[in-house]
Design a protein around this ligand. Sequence first.
Ligand code: ZN
Length: 114
Amino acid sequence: MRINKGDQVLVLIGRNSGKKSRVVSVDKENGKVTVEGVNVVHKHVRRSRRNPQGGRLSMEMPIPISNVKIICPSCSKPTRVGARFDGDGTKYRICKKCNANISIIAPPKKHVTK
Ligand SMILES: [Zn+2]
């Protein structure tokens, strides 16, 4: 699953199932993503110097990457992501539904000279 920060995703499982939102961060090591407004927990914070108001602090908790599906910016449907190499070696993420490029994964390969 190729999901990047800033991607629009559809949440498939859990409390926020069916919600469309934006990926705030990706934790590739643990296979988790944090999605804006999804899986929000409220922490009760005591008044302190750092937080003079106290009260409730809401923050998003990461969810498993398999619980979300990327939304294609081109056909705006939840889709699977493929990869494609262009003629010059540029690697793209593509939508498996409409074949549109979603974003560039890697620039064209260049010969490295030292
Ligand atoms: Zn598409």
